[in-house]
Design a binder for this molecule. Sequence first.
Ligand SMILES: Nc1nc2c(c(=O)[nH]1)N[C@H]1C(S)=C(S)[C@@H](COP(=O)(O)O)O[C@H]1N2
Ligand SMILES: [Mo]
Length: 239
Amino acid sequence: MTDIRSPSSDLLRAISRRDFIQRAATGTVITALGGGYYFLNDRLTREAQAQTRADGRPRVPPGQRVIEALRPMGGTPGSPNPSEFRLRISGEVERPFELDFAGLLALPQTDVVADVHCVTAWSCLDARWRGVLIRDLAEKAGVKKSARHVIFEAAHGYTANVRLEEALAPDVLVAHRLDGRALARPHGAPARAVVPSLYFWKSPKWLTGIRFTSRDQPGYWEVRGYNNHADPWLEERYA
Ligand SMILES: Nc1nc2c(c(=O)[nH]1)N[C@H]1C(S)=C(S)[C@@H](COP(=O)(O)O)O[C@H]1N2
Ligand SMILES: [Mo]
């Protein structure tokens, strides 16, 4: 399978992604972008399907199968260089601020172990992220009562919108480490958003900003036919 984002029209892109899901469902081995093979693991899938999350939901959302490692899904990379990193906290806040990479590391660090669920039907269990919680950044900025949504902004104009209360959940963070290592470039180095309870397109890589807004502003995939909310347990894949 070639780059699933290469088709020229948005419609082709959507069809290509559906085809990808069908292939995943028949157990086809997936060839990653840029080489390497990633296996959907039936044994891990069955084991996880027998489990229940702390919040009472099944561990594996409907239509998902377990992959053994996070698969790089592409996108136009930003600079992976920590010295070029800037994160702007803006919008409906009392005290907007900007962080460089040292500034991000100087804030309280939180470790989050979370499963991630990609709309292309793979799930990766127990990814170990380290970074700064959005709720800690929100508190530092003093989010105004008028704020309802969070817009994650990333390199080359990629954005994703998340409801404020969901962005402030205790497992939502700006991550700079994954599984004990500095985040690798294909996964968004030096830092990305991670919103584990929504499909993974809501987790922008190469993060540049977090903007609090009163009005919703659908992001990159949301204006291209993907669901505005993206709850994997409700299979909110497409609009
Ligand atoms: N900046 C940026 N972030 C992005 C994307 C992108 O194209 N650009 N793709 C999203 C999508 S569709 C997915 S599934 C995940 C994939 O993350 P991964 O490559 O680390 O697996 O990143 C999300 N974040
Ligand atoms: Mo995705």
